[in-house]
Write a protein that binds this ligand. Structure first.
Ligand SMILES: NC(=O)c1ccc[n+]([C@@H]2O[C@H](COP(=O)([O-])OP(=O)(O)OC[C@H]3O[C@@H](n4cnc5c(N)ncnc54)[C@H](OP(=O)(O)O)[C@@H]3O)[C@@H](O)[C@H]2O)c1
Length: 259
């Protein structure tokens, strides 16, 4: 029997890299996409040697227009069928909305929203005929409320959650599931890259390790769970905000997100 194949975006570091290890441990072949080519090649060599799986790497900047389509075309050109899609690549940026450049926001929206949606659409369309396929979209606990000082990032993650739940609902009867994984603050490069370590949020919560977040995502995707939040404490805010006026929620969020 041939191995299943998983495409993971943002596999060079953090949660995506941990997911690559977990899929390889389970005997799954891998397609790894990110911008850091050398990191990906090193990871490919490691995974192939340790787990005997086949790994392809794709040097792909998914913040560029049409990059998702190009990645999909490159995979098709290799004649590879994908069974699992993990839309993990993403970044945030801590700072006042007006103080951050449009270029930065444009890239963030392109990566966190447009490429994720395009890949989801391409593979869901592909999979309709064969009535199988699983997608894991990495959202965030940021998805459940507005986030002053990270307004665009929080909004992109709300989009990911909403899209995933809706498409999962549409596709379930066709044997295709979409899981939205919502981690809280996690020990990866994200805190430094996004400058989020300056916020009260990171100072006041327990930081999860990337492996446990990735494992929860993998297991939930395999069970076809629509939404999963990592960590007991991270479930409190998404529950409580349902009962509070939106304005209060935004004010509370602003307190947590301040420097
Ligand atoms: N860490 C947290 O606290 C946290 C919490 C909630 C949700 N998340 C979400 O978890 C996901 C993974 O983040 P992480 O925490 O593992 O952060 P990370 O360690 O910074 O890893 C981010 C990954 O995304 C890739 N990436 C970034 N920009 C890219 C681009 N333009 N094109 C292709 N790949 C790109 C990076 O690879 P290259 O740099 O090599 O391109 C890297 O592999 C993100 O969607 C993030 O929003 C993180």
């Amino acid at each position: 029997m041939t191995n299943k194949t998983a495409l993971i975006t943002g596999a060079s570091k953090g949660i995506g890299r941990e997911l690559a290890f977990i899929f390889a441990e389970k005997g799954c072949d891998l397609l790894l996409a990110a911008r850091s080519e050398q990191e990906l090649v090193r990871l490919k060599e490691l995974l192939e040697e340790q787990y005997g799986v086949t790994v392809h790497t794709f040097n792909s900047d998914l913040s560029l227009p049409d990059s998702a389509q190009q990645l999909y075309d490159a995979i098709k050109n290799e004649g590879i069928d994908v069974d699992y899609l993990v839309n993990n690549a993403g970044f945030g940026d801590y700072g006042a909305f007006a103080d951050t450049s449009w270029e930065r926001y444009g890239n963030m929206i392109q990566l966190n929203i447009v490429s994720l949606t395009r890949l989801t659409h391409l593979f869901v369309t592909d999979w309709q005929g064969r009535k199988a396929g699983r997608i894991l979209n990495i959202s965030s606990t940021a998805a459940f409320q507005p986030g002053p000082m990270m307004a665009v990032y929080f909004a992109t993650k709300s989009f990911v959650l909403s899209l995933s739940e809706a498409v999962d609902n549409e596709m379930r009867a066709a044997g295709i599931t979409i899981t939205a994984l919502c981690p809280g603050p996690t020990a990866t490069h994200f805190g430094d890259e996004s400058k989020m370590n300056a916020s009260q949020l990171v100072k006041n919560v327990q930081i999860a390790d990337a492996r446990s977040v990735a494992m929860l995502g993998y297991r939930s995707m395999m069970k076809g769970r629509p939404v999963v939040i990592h960590g007991a404490m991270n479930k409190v805010a998404p529950f409580v905000v349902r009962f509070l006026p939106r304005r209060w929620v935004t004010r509370l969020s602003a307190q947590v997100m301040k420097r």
